[in-house]
Each structure stands twice: as C-alpha cells, then as structure tokens.
Design a protein around this ligand. Structure first.
Ligand SMILES: [Zn+2]
Length: 332
C-alpha cells in the first residue's frame, strides 16, 4: 500500500477527519470547513524529523518530478512568503545547492518546475532554467512557464522549448486563474503542438488565505475535466494528487488517459488528511513521485521513506519513483 491507510475513505470523511483535528474557529479567514489548514494557525509548524544521509540503496532509481528551481532573489521572496503564510522552509538552498544536495544523496534525476507570478518575467525565468538544464549533464528536465494572458504567451513558450525546456508549469493559486480560463488556450495549444506535458497546480490544496485569489473558487476537478475534454491530446499532470478532491481526481484518472498526478507532499503525513488508497490503485501507471524540495517543512526524504515503507510491490514502486516520470517527460 502506498497510503498510510484507508481504502474506504471518501471526501466526506476526509473533511470529517480535518474537522476533528482542527475545529474551524480560530483562523477567521478560511470560509470552507474542508480546507487543510482550517482553524490552524498559519504559518504551520515545521516537523523536526530525522533525515537520512542518502536514499536507501535498495530503492529503484528515483526521479523527483517536482523540484523547484529559481534564481536567488525569487527563491528568497518565495521563502519569505512561505514563512509568513505557509510553513517554515527547512532547506534554504540556492539552485546549484539544491541539485548538489539531491544528487549527492542518490536522486538520479529531477524535474525542475517554476512559475511566473506576474507578466514580463517568464522569458528570463525560462532562460535561467534552460541554462541549468544545459549544465546538468542530462540530470535535470526543465519546463517553461508563462503568465496567463500576457502578450505573446505562445511565443514565450516556443522560445523556452527551443532552448531545451520539455514542458510547461502553471500554478492556479499563484497566477490566479481557473484551469478552464481562455487565458490558458495558448498554453494548451503549445503543449499539444509539441506533445510536451503541462504540470498545472489545478487542485484546491494546499491553499493559503494569503493568495490574492481563492483557490476554492478557481479550481475544481470539474473544470479540469472540461480542459481534458476540450484538449484530448493534452498530457496533464496535476500535483499534490489533486488535493483535496481525491474522489474527483480518481474519476478523472479513469476517464482521461492523458492525466497524471504527482504525490507532492500528500504522502508525507504533514497535512491532516489521508489519501484514499483507491486513488493510488486506480491508475498506478500515472502516479509520479514528487516532493516540492527545497520548500519543505520536514526532512527531504520523509515522503519517499513513507512511500517505500508502505508500497511493497517492487514494480509499482519503481513505476511511481521513476518509470512514470520517464514516460511523461520523455526522460532517457
Ligand atoms: Zn510545488
């Protein structure tokens, strides 16, 4: 089993378990009782757990399909935001340090994700990641970003692809758009044209009341279904296992063969939520291991150790830890 427990858990009981642990009374900003952090003080607390010196040697090859790489000033701004409104950052590492850290501990390959929080910065950000990819000796897959609705969005992505980037990352919460917004059409067109995947934070969680928009108003599994219906050739990966609409995303996995989910933070036992086992079991060939490193409030290997401790089927583990990411991103 991949999950800590709970084959029979449904979304209603997930809500119930959050409410039990965190009565919605003290925060005063979250309007929905189903939110992960409802009633919890923000920022959340760090977990001071032990970390391994390296990945266990018995593990199959590991690709972290959800690592964040930014230039130093952006990293610092993101950490300031997280430490005010999200959670403490345990690993304040620069981009070269992030890669050195993960590779020296046994991670074989990383998929580098970034996102533009305003117009007119995506070109520079994409150039930065493209350079990192070039210098990585084939160990980093980078993707491009663009701000929804900005001028020449398709041209920005075309330039990124020409520079060696192999997909696109978008973030509904930070960029304040709904998945089925018209502003996304150039992104969907570019990805389909080049048959490159889109990683889009289109689930409602993990959310924060500090975002300039309400992820619960923008994001839903239904809206993602509209996107996949309208763009049947789009290969889409939704991070965080689609949290918190686990049942909705289980249905989408069954309906759409181009939909993938990554595990990022959901298998770490950090948020007061339990992932239904049947979500992990329904299309295991389209679940990717990812972490959100370095923006973590707990040990770098916490999530993978928990996955490895519960998933005893070797083939399944190898697929989740690297095989599925190879397929989606075309990693050799
Ligand atoms: Zn992330």
């Amino acid at each position: 089993m991949l999950a800590p427990c709970c084959g029979s858990l449904n979304e209603a009981s997930v809500r119930h378990s959050i409410l039990e642990r965190a009565p919605a009374d003290s925060l005063g900003v979250a309007s929905s009782e189903s939110r992960f952090t409802s009633g919890m003080a923000l920022p959340l607390s760090a977990i001071d757990d032990d970390e391994g010196a390296a990945l266990p040697s018995a593990l199959p090859p590991v690709i972290d399909a959800h690592v964040h790489l930014f230039a130093d000033p952006l990293f610092k701004a993101i950490w300031r935001w997280f430490e005010a409104y999200g959670w403490p950052i345990r690993y304040k590492l620069t981009t070269p340090e992030v890669l050195q850290f993960l590779f020296s501990r046994g991670v074989q390959h990383v998929v580098a994700l970034h996102y533009a929080h305003k117009p007119n910065i995506a070109r520079g950000m994409n150039a930065f990641v493209a350079e990192v990819v070039k210098q990585s000796g084939g160990r980093v897959t980078g993707v491009a970003t663009v701000f929804p609705g900005e001028d020449d969005a398709e041209g920005i992505l075309e330039e990124g692809f020409a520079a060696g980037l192999r997909g696109v990352k978008m973030h509904c919460h930070v960029q304040c758009f709904a998945p089925d917004s018209e502003a996304l059409l150039p992104v969907y067109r570019a990805c389909v044209k080049h048959d490159l995947p889109l990683v889009m934070h289109a689930g409602r969680e993990p959310s924060s009341p500090a975002y300039k928009c309400d992820p619960y108003e923008l994001c839903s599994a239904d809206r993602v279904a509209h996107v996949l219906e309208a763009h049947p050739k789009l290969r889409l990966c939704v991070p965080h296992l689609g949290a918190d609409e686990f049942t909705g995303y289980e249905r989408l996995l069954e309906r759409f063969e181009n939909l993938y989910l990554d595990t990022t933070m959901m298998m770490a036992g950090y948020f007061p939520v339990e992932v239904p086992q049947r979500l992990l079991d329904c299309r295991p060939e389209r679940i990717l291991f990812g972490t959100d490193f370095p923006n973590l409030p707990y040990a770098w290997d916490r999530e993978i150790r928990r996955i490895a401790a519960t998933e005893k089927r070797e083939e399944r583990l190898a697929a989740v830890l690297s095989g599925n990411a190879r397929t989606l991103f075309g990693i050799a």
